[in-house]
Ligand binder design. Structure first.
Ligand code: 2DT
Ligand code: MG
Length: 212
């Protein structure tokens, strides 16, 4: 008999919200409680496609806006077979950014509709839970300067935040908003609670298809 599947858990949010830190802490907590869990992140800059994306983000190359959008999506699709295998084996995947970042960042550029941006990611494995780490621009600024990568400006991040808010009105996704201005351990506690609940529910449900 097939065992119980793992859950697909995504953390989203604008830069400096603490997504990466919280992904690591969640994976560690799940593993320590005997639940198989692994972290993934998008973009995954280690693949051939990911290296093209990395060069673009680091301003070492220029790519046309539609082209880079499709590369970000292709970078998710190329990892789908691996993700499905892990989930079927019972491993919970904790993912740092997913298609929601894909849509929010590209649609924050002029002349890109939310609808167009969603198309290439339709049918990806659907997350059982998406936690949005909410941090206002003032709190984000207190956490220090932005880095040197493309998109790391206050104005652009504000536009991205608005697009995330639009995506969060979609009732087909299990969105949970987390107040990321809290102490790291308090944020972690909230994230762990939501995750355990989603993992329990996912065990008895087939993996869904995103935006379908
Ligand atoms: P990190 O700083 O988390 O490595 O992200 N991005 C991300 C997109 O524009 N489209 C996508 O599909 C994804 C997953 C967000 C690097 C930057 O890449 C942006 C920030
Ligand atoms: Mg970053």
């Amino acid at each position: 008999m097939a065992g119980k599947r793992g859950a697909l858990i995504v953390l989203e949010g604008v830069d400096k919200a603490g997504k990466t830190t919280q992904c690591h802490k969640l994976v560690q907590a799940l593993q320590q409680s005997g639940r198989p869990a692994e972290m993934m992140r998008f973009p995954d800059r280690t693949t051939t496609i990911g290296q093209l994306i990395g060069a673009y983000l680091e301003n070492r190359s220029e790519l046309e806006d539609h082209t880079v959008h499709l590369l970000f999506s292709a970078n998710r699709w190329e990892l789908v077979p691996l993700m499905k295998r892990k989930l079927e084996q019972g491993t919970t995947l904790v993912v740092d950014r997913y298609a929601f970042s894909g849509v929010a960042f590209t649609s924050a550029k002029p002349a890109f509709s939310l609808d167009w941006c969603k198309q290439p990611d339709i049918g990806l494995p659907k997350p059982d839970l998406v936690m949005f780490l909410q941090l206002n621009p003032y709190e984000a600024a207190l956490r220090g300067q932005f880095g040197k990568e493309r998109y790391e400006t206050g104005v652009f991040q504000g536009a991205v935040q608005e697009k995330f808010e639009q995506l969060m009105t979609d009732p087909s996704i299990n969105w949970q908003v987390i107040d990321a201005s809290q102490d790291i351990e308090d944020v972690h506690r909230g994230i762990t609670e939501h995750s355990l609940k989603a993992m329990n529910a996912a065990q008895n449900l087939p993996l869904g298809e995103l935006w379908k």
